[in-house]
Design a binder for this molecule. Sequence first.
Ligand code: ZN
Ligand code: ZN
Length: 152
Amino acid sequence: MAAHTKKTCASCGRTLSIRAYYRAGEYRRFTLCRQCYRANQRARYWRDVNLSRLRGRANRANYRAAVYGRPGRITAADLAFLLELSGGKCHYCHADLADGFQIDHKLALSRPGSMNTLSNLAICCPACNRQKFTALPIEFIERRQQAERQAA
Ligand SMILES: [Zn+2]
Ligand SMILES: [Zn+2]
């Protein structure tokens, strides 16, 4: 059995004792060491969680668009792309979005001509989304600058 006591991990390339493999008793089935296997599972878990959450967000946006009769349809992949593009920062105030984000239709769905398409979407923080509401991005930014001038 000496030949089977070590095995090379297909991910990290380390040659390790079979005890380092996920479930030593069934080590033949596992090509990754326990450490890599777990890292892999975690990554897959987060990808699935994120995608299913994004799917939920996309579905809600699509539903709201349908209520307003606006054309277009967005997917979880669209949102993942936008999130990546945002660099994890709010489109309007550049706040960190680690604590949550919202999907803003730049031209609000309630406004004529609005579309439920990637080009009309921005990722923003909950506060900006609430304050902007149905305003145009430019109106929102002007309003905020005005408030900042008054506060100064
Ligand atoms: Zn490994
Ligand atoms: Zn913001």
